[in-house]
Design a protein around this ligand. Structure first.
Ligand code: ADP
Ligand code: MG
Length: 688
């Protein structure tokens, strides 16, 4: 915003001292301009006086009348009760907390104007703790505009917000801010008009529409914000690609050797995607590619092929996985496929310690290790690469943009920017990927390996748990393997581990003939590995687990999964879990052992699981039912952090936002301003 508002400090406003300014900054309002975009959550209508007889329960209103009686009533709780009457009727005002002065003021005959939402009481409508003041008969002066209610934090009151925001709005008159949106996209509101409207709507404003976030003034701002985010990602992409990467052309012989040694033939989709990646890697422009493919579609092989291409050009590859279990599994897979070609992967996790860790790091820095697989531990400062050419991030939804970039920064200056391959098994609805992944090209594996059986999903009430236990017994007796997944709402590892432990003990008692394993996040990594290895080798028939097995775990002989309390999980997570079965040739089943009664939403979610095995369909449902935060993972949405736009409400604006963004981008100065206006602080990561 140009002129008066640009970088204007908060302290320049009336009533803002250092203390309030600090509070505002802590809350994320850093300068005057931010106040303009601090929009009300809802509005109160204090623009007219409602006759008492017309009051409705739960609907806030202004009433005016005369106090008829005021008494302290000793009911279950002591309260001060006043009866307020106008020509049309009477309403009760009730105060549970009051001062002696208040009681003296509410004398019969006093004239009051009150505001509040009535509720139904025994003797008609009552307003608890109304705002009120004394007034004169015939006094007009109700508010002229709807009263905004702002989102707030401890220690900043509504009156304060109103004063601050109205000062900021007043400054707009002389600020002449740049309206960056082409007129035909502005829904009838230029920027200033939209801001004025939303901070102080006129009395006839459609409250319902505002509440739903669908008022044209809101849509106009949301569109601008979405366009800004889209552009911010494209800038990020340009910045990433402003540094060149090593050109790593495919070495045909190595590629052929890899495929020849496989016990299966890659699907057409895998081959196509491997081709796309191979072509990217051959360029001097850093690859920025998102690989999407449903659970079990075979992304790991594609990653291994990419790794091979980089390594056979003399460069290093880092593979980052969200859990130790998955990192270990990747190590095994990559080793199986690449060891015959002379490539031995090393692993680095939080558990790597002491001498072993030092040796791993030395081999990496010296260039002997060509392929390093690990968890967040890869970010540690002393992890130094030697010619890092490719970064592969598996299950991207577990990481944020910053983390991905932090890893690419580990490349030494001489080798340039590494190529990036980002893989996700949580398919991203197209609309979402436009704002969340606009910086990435996208490849999709839209085909599962042949012979995969669709997993049959059934919903069973926890009251019939015994039948499910019997079913596990039967499946295992037939030589198949099963998972029993315990879920808890609490994030606490300890509680989750306890729940899994007690379930395992219970099942061991009910199924004495079975060999049962237990895995959860609290186990030492070595034990986790041992349990997974035993399960994979078929030495255990039943694996009781927490959601640690959610991603990546691959044991084809497991064909039954029981998920306890599935109603607690999101669809994407359930789909991930369910993807652990149906990997072999046996018909597979997933039992959702729910706790009744199910909420409407819970019912819809579980039904969607029963009806579909298609990750893309399920992701769309998840988006509709739970919103983008759940679909993308909190990290990602945290990165986005919209002020006005809400992807659930405004997904229909995304296409327009992209168009708008493209138009604005034709003017680099406008683009810069737009991105700064909406994404401000967060742009820091873009400067890496
Ligand atoms: P995801 O895409 O979920 O990461 P994985 O890469 O773990 O899937 O692959 C799942 C399983 O399918 C693995 O056991 C893998 O070896 C196997 N697989 C991969 N591609 C094929 C294929 N074309 N034909 C048969 N099996 C395959
Ligand atoms: Mg995978």
């Amino acid at each position: 915003m140009s002129g008066v508002l640009a970088d204007r400090p908060l302290e320049s406003l009336r009533g803002v001292g250092p203390k309030l300014a600090q509070k505002l900054r802590d809350y994320g309002v850093g300068q005057v301009e931010d106040l303009l975009f601090h929009l009300p959550l809802r509005y109160q209508d204090r623009t007219r006086v409602t006759p008492i007889a017309a009051l409705q329960a739960q609907v806030e209103a202004v009433v005016e009348g005369e106090v008829r009686a005021a008494d302290i009533v000793f009911g279950r709780r002591r309260s001060l009760v006043a009866r307020l009457q106008d020509g049309s009727g009477t309403v009760t005002l009730r105060f549970f907390h009051f001062t002696a002065a208040q009681k003296n003021n509410l004398k019969p005959g006093a004239r009051l104007r009150c505001f509040g939402a009535p509720r139904r009481g025994r003797g008609g409508l009552e307003i608890y703790h109304p705002e009120y003041r004394h007034c004169e008969p015939g006094e007009s002066a109700v508010e002229e505009r709807l009263t905004p209610i702002y989102p707030t934090t401890d220690g900043i009151g509504q009156a304060q917000w109103r004063k601050l925001c109205s000062q900021a709005l007043a400054l707009l008159a002389s600020a002449r801010p740049l309206d960056l949106l082409p007129a035909r996209y502005n829904q009838g509101f230029d920027l200033v008009a939209a801001l004025h409207y939303l901070h102080t709507p006129p009395p006839d404003a459609p409250l319902q529409l505002l509440q739903e976030g669908r008022h044209p003034a809101q849509l106009r701002l949301a569109l601008e914000e979405l366009a800004a985010h889209h552009l911010a990602l494209l800038r990020l992409r340009r910045q990433q690609q402003s540094v060149s990467a090593p050109a790593l052309p495919r070495r045909q012989a190595a590629h052929r050797d890899l495929l020849r040694a496989l016990p299966f033939k890659p699907t057409a989709a895998q081959q196509r995607v491997m081709g796309e990646i191979a072509a990217d890697l051959a360029q001097r422009t850093p690859m920025l590619r998102l690989l999407q493919g449903d659970v079990g579609s075979g992304k790991t092989l594609v990653a291994a092929d990419a790794a091979l291409q980089a390594i056979s050009n003399g460069y290093q590859v880092a593979v980052m996985a969200p859990t130790e279990i998955l990192a270990e599994q990747h190590r095994q897979n990559f080793a199986t496929w690449l060891a015959p070609l002379g490539i031995a992967p090393a692993v680095l996790t939080g558990r790597s310690k002491g001498k072993a860790r030092r040796e791993t790091l030395a081999a990496l820095a010296g260039g002997d290790t060509r392929l390093l697989i690990g968890t967040h531990a890869l970010f540690q400062a002393d992890v130094v690469f030697h010619r890092l050419g490719l970064v592969i991030v598996d299950e991207q939804h577990r990481f944020g943009v910053h983390q991905r970039l932090a890893l690419t920064e580990k490349a030494d200056a001489a080798s340039g920017r590494p190529h990036q391959l980002v893989m996700t098994a949580t398919p991203i609805p197209r609309t979402l990927s436009m704002v969340a992944y606009a910086d990435l090209d996208c490849s999709v594996i839209d085909e599962l390996p042949p012979g995969r059986q669709a997993v049959t999903t059934v919903l069973i009430d926890a009251a019939r748990r015994d039948q499910v236990v019997a079913r596990v017994a039967t499946a295992c007796a037939e030589g198949r393997q099963a998972y029993w997944v315990c879920t808890l709402v609490e994030e606490s590892d300890v509680l989750q581990a306890q729940a899994a432990e007690s379930t395992a003990a219970e099942l061991a008692e009910a199924l004495p003939a079975l060999r049962i394993g237990l895995i959860h996040g609290r186990l030492p990594a070595r034990d986790k590995e041992a349990v997974m290895a035993a399960f994979k080798a078929g030495e255990l028939s039943l694996l009781v687990a927490t959601t640690v097995i959610e991603v990546g775990v691959d044991v084809p002989n497991a064909s039954l999964m029981v998920i306890e309390n599935p109603e607690r999980l999101g669809l994407a997570q359930l789909h991930q879990l369910r993807g652990r079965v149906g990997r072999g040739s046996a018909a597979s089943h997933c039992v959702l052992l729910y706790q009744s009664p199910l909420s409407q939403q819970g019912k819809r979610r579980l039904t969607a699981m029963r009806e579909s095995n298609d990750g893309f369909y399920i992701a769309e449902q998840d988006l509709a039912l739970r919103g983008p935060g759940e679909v993308l993972g909190t990290r990602q949405t945290g990165d986005m952090n919209f002020r006005i736009a809400d992807l659930t409400l405004h997904d229909d604006l995304l296409e327009q936002a992209r168009e708008t963004g493209e138009l604005i981008a034709e003017n680099p100065l406008a683009e810069e301003q737009l991105v700064r206006r909406w994404t401000g602080e967060k742009q820091r990561f873009a400067s890496v």
